[in-house]
Every structure is written in C-alpha cells, then in structure tokens.
Write a protein that binds this ligand. Structure first.
Ligand code: ZN
Length: 140
C-alpha cells in the first residue's frame, strides 16, 4: 500500500442543479475552485444513470444503463487529476421505489436534486496508468 499524509484544506457544501449531470457538476465545481485533491459525500435523486462495471478479466468498463428515477443513497467519491483534467471518481448506491438498489461506479446521471459535502486536501492527487489492473490509479 502506498500512501501520503495530507492535511485538510477547504470544505464546501453545495446544492447540485436540477437537470445537469451529477458527476460533471462536481468536476466543474472542482475546476472553478481549483481543487486538486478531495473527497466528497452526496445524496439526493437522479432521473437516470449509467454505471460502468470494470470487468477484471477483459480489463474493460462495461456500461449499464438505467432510464428510471433513483434515490442517491449515497454517492461517495474523490477528486483528482486524470489526463490533464479534474476527475470526480464517483460510486453510488441508487435505490428504487420498492427499496431495491443498484450500485457501482457512476459515469453519468441526470440530477433531480442533490446535496454535497466536499473536503479538499492540501495536495495534488494525480492518476497514472497501472500495468497490473490497467486502471488509472493514484500515483502516490
Ligand atoms: Zn470506480
């Protein structure tokens, strides 16, 4: 395990905009605030969602598309640099009217409503290609 000690920096609370992409809003916010490393928690609701499942055998992301409303219960993620852009790595548990859930790595989702807490760290996290997993992991 690789790690580094970090200090907390700025903290934010935010209300996501109706009709906009859940993850894209977080990335736009990180860009406008100049956030280079952070973790966040969020909750709310979305109108649809595309999750990406990483197949460990083929080392490819497989999309899973849902065209239905969900509660976001919750979203958790982090912000770091990926190929010269700020990337909000986001995982969600999404619940239906009957309480059943789907969960995973969030690609896109149209926000119905959302609330976010963000904790920035006083460092820069950057993703680098990892030969073993073929994923872009933190270069610590
Ligand atoms: Zn993921």
């Amino acid at each position: 395990m690789d790690y580094e000690e970090v200090q907390g920096a700025r903290e934010y609370v935010a209300r996501l905009d109706h009709g906009k992409d859940w993850r894209g809003q977080i990335e736009d916010f990180a860009e406008s605030e100049g956030i280079d490393a952070a973790f966040f928690f969020g909750l709310g609701a979305v109108q649809d969602a595309t999750l990406l499942f990483y197949d460990q055998d083929t080392q490819e992301y497989e999309p899973i598309e849902f065209d239905e409303p969900f509660e976001v219960a919750p979203a958790v993620g982090n912000i770091s640099w990926l190929e010269d852009e700020r990337f909000a790595h986001t995982h969600v548990a999404l619940s239906r009217e009957d309480g059943s859930t789907v969960a995973g790595h969030l690609d896109t989702a149209t926000t119905f409503a959302g609330e976010l807490w963000v904790r920035e760290f006083d460092t820069t996290l950057e993703r680098e290609h990892d030969e073993v997993t073929d994923l872009d992991l933190w270069g610590l």
